[in-house]
Structure formats: C-alpha cells, structure tokens
Design a protein around this ligand. Structure first.
Ligand code: SF4
Ligand code: SF4
Length: 356
C-alpha cells in the first residue's frame, strides 16, 4: 500500500469475482440472476494464470467474491495457489457452503461472511431456507479447520433496520468482528433495466441513512467489535466530503476476465490485454480521476480503505487501537461463552421461502 501511495498509484488487491453464480436469491441483490452465465467463468488454470499476472503486476492481496465464490468446485485450489504465491487471501461469502468446504480453506487469511439477521428471518432476506443455521455452523467449522479471521457483514435495508444492535451483540458473543453496509443498487453485467431486482426500493431513505451512521457510531463507542473506525464514522455522521482512493487499491476483474469499474461497467478487456497495459491506459487514469470527487458510496468500508491509504494519522491511531481490541475479541473460535450463546427467539414470523 505504501508503494502504491508514494510511488505507483496502482492497485495492490486483485478483487476477483470468481463466478457469476450464486445459490441464494437475496431480496437486496440481483446478482443471482446471472447464475446461468457460470459457463463463462474462468477455468481453474485460467484463474491461476490471472493470479500469476496479478502478482507480476505488483498485487499482493487476493479478494475472492462473486456471486457466491464457494459454489466453485475449485475454490480451495484457488486460495491455496494464491497463498503459495504470497497473496494475502480474503473471501467474501454468503456462508451457506462454509460448513462443507471449511477443510479445503486452510490457506485463507480472512473471511467476510454475510449475515443480515440474528435468527431465521435471515433466510427470508436471503431467499434460502436454512441459511442462518448454515452460516452459524459454517463459521464454527471455519474456526475448527483454519486460522482464518472472520468478520460478519450485515447489509442494512428496510427489511432489517432493527437488526443493528442485536447483530453487533451477536458478533461480540460469537467472538467475531462485524461490519455494516447500507443496501445500494447492485448493477449486473448487462441485465436490462426491467430485469434488475427492486433492491434499491429496499434502500434507506436519507433520514434512515443518517440514523444508520449515528447508530454505528454509538455502537462503536459502546465497544462492539465493529470494523469501521470511530474516525470514519464521525465523518459519516458529520457528512464530510472525502476523496475516494478505491481504484488505486483494488482492481475488479469479472468472472469472464474483464476489468470493470465500481458502477459495473466494463472498462477494459483483460482477455486480450494485460494489467500493465490497463494501468498505463487513459481508462485507468480517467477512473482514478473520476473517483476522487465521486463520494457516491454509502459503504463504510470504501471510505475506511481510502483513509487508510491516505495514511491519516488520527485514523491510523484508531486503527491500531481497534486492532488490539478486535484481536482480543476475535481470537480463534471465540470465547467459550460465545460457543454456548443462546440464540434469541425468532422476532418475526417463520420464513416461508423455498430453498434456492
Ligand atoms: S447478496 Fe450475495 S448471496 Fe445474495 S444473491 Fe447477491 S451474490 Fe448471492
Ligand atoms: S466512492 Fe465512487 S469511485 Fe469510490 S468506490 Fe464508491 S462508487 Fe467507486
């Protein structure tokens, strides 16, 4: 990151959407509609080649997501290959297959696991029966089988506005960290407007969004294991403008090997080119320039990454402090008390959903 910040201005994290497929049908996402396009996913050998090229271009982080990356049969091989090359390995998963695949994820450093509610109502949001229990079991299995750290990711929409504090408590009790996002449109690689899910109608109103940030700041100050720093949350609450550094940190590559920007528009065809050519291209320069005044993301992580990239001292001090606290709270497997935690009773009606 320091080399990017002071010398190259180029991304050091390969964010690889490894598959178009997903085994859930979230109400807040339209990506699952692309599952038929899984046939366009890179083969194992092609994904290895992508990792080789990314490493040669200076990248040292491999962020694996999708769709749902664990639906790929070779996900363990990809992670092992990346780890052997020297990448930090991170996965973003809906957790449904973690229990089955945990033994194959030994090379994983960090797992972001999506969980949108603290009981079976999560299944309703996800459109997959049993997924709450799958996530709980999957995290336990990951802790048993690997040294990976786990962070929950909760996406807040109008469906689960009441989940923030209970989810923060749930994370603390299970000995894992947590990050919160607000739902935003998921654009979708060529789907027409009429095919887009109505996800943004479930988005928060401006007032709800302000309350969302205020609640996060309060939870942080109360000592819950939030990944967002207090410094970042204070700026959200105050509505301060900021400069997005994201394109200098992460490069997104689609399942069919094309580079795309954060608005899901293809920017460069890596099938007939190289990272080197892209990073020297006008498209990349334009993307970087556009991002600096974008301010569009409501996602706390993007602002957090940007502040870390800028090496803001006040934020770094908070990060150090958080690191110590989170390390203590998120030791492998959680505390014994966390393992015994009793789940709260369902707060809503039993889900009536079909398994995806
Ligand atoms: S949010 Fe994730 S799990 Fe849900 S449909 Fe989209 S890609 Fe699948
Ligand atoms: S703030 Fe804008 S440029 Fe930065 S990641 Fe978000 S959408 Fe992209």
């Amino acid at each position: 990151m320091v080399r990017s910040r002071f010398a190259t201005g180029r991304p050091f994290f390969l964010a690889h959407a490894a598959t178009f497929g997903c085994n859930s049908k979230c109400q807040t996402c339209s990506y699952w509609k692309l599952t038929p396009r899984m046939k366009e996913d890179l083969s194992t050998e092609e994904a290895f080649a992508l990792l080789d090229e990314a490493y040669a271009a200076g990248m040292r982080g491999y962020y694996l997501f999708g769709g749902e990356p664990l639906v790929r049969k070779d996900v363990g091989e990809l992670i092992d290959y990346a780890q052997r090359k020297g990448f930090l390995t991170v996965i973003n998963t809906n957790g449904s297959l973690l229990g089955a695949k945990a033994p194959r994820l030994k090379g994983l450093d960090f797992a972001f696991v999506s969980l949108d509610y603290f009981n079976d109502y999560h299944d309703v949001i996800r459109g997959r029966r049993g997924s709450f229990q799958e996530v709980v079991h999957g995290i336990d299995r990951l802790h048993e089988e690997t040294d990976a750290k786990v962070g929950l990711v909760t996406t807040i929409s109008r469906l689960n506005l009441d989940a923030m504090e209970p989810m923060a408590r749930f994370a603390r009790e299970r000995g894992v960290s947590i990050s919160f996002n607000s739902v935003e449109p998921t654009l979708d690689f060529g789907l027409t407007d009429s095919e887009r899910s109505p996800n943004f109608s479930l988005g928060l109103s401006p007032d709800q969004l302000r309350e969302f940030y205020r609640t996060l700041l309060r939870l942080k100050r109360e000592g819950y294991p939030l990944l967002e720093t207090e410094y970042v949350l204070e700026d959200f609450v105050a509505g301060r403008p900021w400069k997005c550094e994201f394109p200098k940190m992460f490069v997104y590559v689609s399942p069919d090997r094309q580079i795309y920007s954060c608005d899901y528009r293809y920017g460069y065809d890596l099938r007939h080119g190289s990272f080197e050519e892209y990073f020297s291209s006008p498209q990349f320069a334009e993307h970087v320039q556009r991002s600096e005044s974008c301010n569009r993301c409501v996602r706390t992580c993007v602002r957090g990454y940007s502040y870390a990239y800028e090496l803001r001292i006040a934020n770094l001090l908070r990060l150090l402090d958080d690191g110590r606290t989170l390390f203590a709270q998120t030791r492998r497997g959680g505390s014994p008390a966390a393992r015994d935690v009793r789940l709260p009773p369902p707060a809503r009606e039993s889900p009536k959903v079909g398994a995806a």
